[in-house]
Design a protein around this ligand. Structure first.
Ligand code: KIV
Length: 270
C-alpha cells in the first residue's frame, strides 16, 4: 500500500512484475474511497448500466452517465490510476468522434485515461487518441458492448480461428499505443500466450492468473448483487445477506418504536 499517486507509466512498468496489478470497478465516491488504498487501478466501468441502473446490458449506457460517475470517483485525490469506460456509440463510428468524446471524459472528470472495446478494428482510433495525449486501455476477448450482436456472452479462445484473431487484436492494440488492455472471459492458455506476446500489461477478468493483473466488478466480488453470478467471480463477502439482515432489523425496530431510542435524540442545552 502506498499513498503516492500512481501513474500510467507505473502501470506500464508493471508488465511481468512479480506482483500482479490490482483493479476493481467503482462508480461512486464512497466505494472509490474504500477501494483506493488497495488498488493500482480503479475502473469506472460501463458495467454501471447493469449494476446501478438495472439495464439489461451495457449497450444503452450514455456518455453523460459515464461522466457523472467518473466525476463522483475523481471528486477526491486518489492514489490509484482512474480509468473511465467509453460507452457504446461514443467512439466506434470514426476516430474524430472518439477523440471528441474521450477529451470530454478526460476534461470533465480529470481521470487518468479511457478504456474502449475492440481489437484490430479499433487500432486506428486508439492510435489517434494516443497521438492526442489520451492514455487508452484496450479491451478484448468477450466484449460486453457487442456481445448481443455477436450471439451472446461467450467464452473466447476456444477455436484456432478465435485464438488467431485474439493474438492479432492484442498486437494491434499494443502497436496502436495502448498502455494496457483487459482480456475478458478467455481460456487460460490463450490469455497466457497473449500476455507473453505483448509488452504492455494485460488485466484479466475470467482470463486466469496468467494475466499481468486482475479486475472484477466490485459489487460482484462483495456479493452485493442478486441474480446470475459469472463463473469467474469469487465472492469475498456476502453483503446482500448482511444488508438484508440490517434492513430487516431497522424495519422491525421502527415498527416496534425501539428506534430511535434516547441515545439518538437531540437534547436541550444544559
Ligand atoms: O465495465 C466494466 O466494469 C468492465 C470490466 C468488467 C472490465 O469493463
Amino acid at each position: 500500500m502506498s499513498t503516492a499517486k500512481k501513474t500510467i507509466s507505473d502501470i506500464k512498468n508493471a508488465k511481468g512484475a512479480a506482483q500482479p496489478l490490482v483493479c476493481l470497478t467503482a462508480y461512486t465516491d464512497p466505494l472509490a474511497t474504500l477501494l483506493d488504498p488497495h488498488c493500482d487501478l480503479i475502473l469506472v466501468g460501463d458495467s454501471l448500466g447493469m449494476v446501478l441502473y438495472g439495464l439489461p446490458s451495457t449497450e444503452n449506457v450514455t456518455l453523460d452517465m459515464m461522466i457523472a460517475h467518473g466525476k463522483a470517483v475523481t471528486c477526491k485525490p486518489r492514489q490509484a490510476v482512474i480509468i473511465v469506460d467509453m460507452p457504446c456509440g461514443s467512439y466506434e463510428a470514426h476516430k474524430e468522434l472518439a477523440l471528441r468524446n474521450a477529451r470530454r471524459i478526460m476534461d470533465t472528470t480529470g481521470c487518468d485515461g479511457v478504456k474502449l472495446e475492440g481489437g484490430k478494428n479499433m487500432a486506428a482510433t486508439i492510435a489517434h487518441l494516443v497521438e492526442n495525449n489520451i492514455p487508452v486501455m484496450g479491451h478484448i476477448g468477450l466484449m460486453p458492448q457487442s456481445a448481443n450482436k455477436e450471439g451472446g456472452y461467450m467464452v473466447k479462445g476456444k477455436t484456432d480461428e478465435e485464438i488467431k484473431r485474439l493474438l492479432e487484436d492484442a498486437k494491434a492494440i499494443e502497436d496502436a499505443g495502448a498502455f494496457s488492455f483487459v482480456i475478458e472471459a478467455t481460456i487460460e492458455d490463450v490469455a497466457r500466450t497473449i500476455t507473453q506476446s505483448v509488452s504492455i500489461p494485460t488485466i484479466g477478468i475470467g482470463a486466469s492468473a496468467a494475466c499481468d493483473g486482475q479486475v472484477l466488478v466490485t459489487e460482484d466480488m462483495l456479493g452485493m448483487l442478486t441474480g446470475h453470478t459469472p463463473k469467474f467471480v469469487k465472492k469475498y463477502a456476502d453483503l446482500a445477506e448482511e444488508i438484508s439482515c440490517a434492513v430487516e432489523s431497522y424495519a422491525n425496530e421502527v415498527r416496534s418504536r425501539k428506534f430511535p431510542s434516547g441515545e439518538y435524540l437531540y437534547g436541550m442545552k444544559k
